[in-house]
Write a protein that binds this ligand. Structure first.
Ligand code: AMP
Ligand code: MG
Length: 397
């Protein structure tokens, strides 16, 4: 058996980033991976502007005024004013350009407005006060985003803030997804004796989609060698990655292994994790192959811990380290497995890890009713209060 780390290292070594990029509009770029670094073409902000609604003037003049000050102009955001008349102030609003000659803004709450329209300061003002200086956020030429970065919504906002309308991104990874098994029926169909609904395929399609890949939902493979081989071959010709679930265990109805061996190269690993022991990896022509176990929770866990990091690498992105949290256990786990376990659970209001009461690898509700995985090292009993490692599901998207 391989440890999870060995399997992951091996898997990551065996895959490489796809090549080719395209230029796309900002609105289509969410979740895509940057092909090049992004450099700011301009200063942000590109002019000194007011951080407050108030009055712009010369600090020393405003502090030393013996008489109330005349308001000589009004400057709203988007409507630049003129150079400041000496000895006066300008009415100014948040985001509006500071007029030439002014060096401070006093907020309107610190001013008394007289009936004749003149103002009196109620507090001293310092030079530079309430002014957002040109380039205070970013300077032209500064790197905004790194190549290989997976674009988040705020990144799109940042690119927009410097006027960039299109980004060069790595082409989308094409992923084919199959389920397998004669017992599987599709939602909407009726169930006969001995049949169950295919829950893994919508789940895996969704997980792959949420990573920003182009997904081909290839349907369900029958437990039959020829058809399995032909369908996998067909998928390999149109995709970078072929994913299956089920059919990689030791039963004689598990035909995926034989089909992959016939088409290309198969590595079948027993991984020392629970759930998720059987996992297959390999190659069909130019496509990478990964076969997850059939039990839904095992498919979920192996997707998160193995398939996801490999997909991120193939997408051309950096594979960020998993976010983990060391927390005190709120439960006893007196009879640990010889394999490293991934229990489904959450962190309670006291900050302690709690586990779902059904931990069978077929119970998908243990995933939907939990917020993360709790890692229990192999053969290690856990007592209440002992530290355990929690991996929130949010770190997987
Ligand atoms: P297998 O590895 O094909 O023997 O599958 C292991 C277990 O997972 C069996 O109980 C299967 O019925 C179940 N299973 C396999 N694929 C799916 C699927 N797509 N949806 C739900 N259960 C599945
Ligand atoms: Mg099966």
């Amino acid at each position: 058996m391989k440890t999870l780390e060995e399997a992951l290292d091996h898997l990551l070594e065996s895959v490489s980033p796809v090549t080719g990029s395209e230029s796309i509009g900002l609105r289509a770029a969410l979740g895509r991976v940057l092909a090049n670094e992004v450099v700011s073409p301009l200063d942000v902000p590109s002019y000194d502007n007011s951080q407050m609604d108030g009055y712009a003037g010369v600090a020393v003049e405003m502090n030393n005024a013996l008489e109330p000050l005349v308001v000589s102009q009004r400057i709203a955001a988007g409507h630049p004013g003129v150079a400041l008349t000496p000895g006066t102030v300008a009415r100014i609003f948040t985001g509006a350009p500071i007029p030439l000659g002014a060096n401070a803004v006093v907020m309107q709450e610190q001013v008394q407005l007289h009936d004749d329209g003149r103002i009196q300061l109620l507090a001293p003002v310092a030079p530079g006060q309430n002014i957002r200086p040109r380039a205070g956020d970013l300077a032209a030429g500064q790197r905004l985003l790194k190549a290989g970065h997976r674009l988040q919504a705020a990144d799109l906002g940042l690119a927009a803030s410097v006027g960039i309308a299109e980004l060069e991104v790595i082409r989308r990874l094409k992923v084919s997804v199959f389920s397998s098994g004669d017992e599987l029926r599709q939602p909407g169909d009726s169930l006969g004796p001995g049949q169950i609904y295919d829950s893994n395929r919508p789940m895996i399609v969704g997980l792959v989609q949420s990573l920003g890949c182009e997904v081909f939902d290839m349907g369900c493979l029958p437990d039959q060698f020829d058809r399995t081989r032909d369908r996998l071959h067909e998928a390999s010709e149109r995709s970078d990655l072929v994913l299956t679930c089920g059919g990689v265990s030791v039963g004689e109805e598990d035909h995926i292994k034989a089909a992959i061996s016939a088409l290309g190269r198969l590595d079948l690993w027993k991984i020392a994790i629970k759930p998720g022991k059987p996992f297959a990896a390999g190659q069909i022509g130019r496509a990478v192959f990964m076969g997850m176990p059939g039990n839904p929770v095992a498919a979920w866990v192996t997707f998160m811990l193995l398939v996801r990091p490999a997909i991120l690498k193939m997408m051309g992105g950096q594979s960020p380290a998993l976010i983990t949290k060391a927390v005190p256990s709120g439960f006893d786990w007196p009879k640990p497995d010889a394999r490293q376990e991934y229990l489904r659970g959450w962190i309670d209001a006291q900050g302690c890890a709690q586990i779902h009461d059904r931990q069978n690898s077929g119970v998908l509700s243990s995933v939907t009713q939990s917020e993360g995985l709790i890692e229990i090292p192999a053969s290690t009993p856990v007592r209440v209060g002992q530290t355990v490692c929690f991996i929130p599901y949010t770190s997987f998207y």
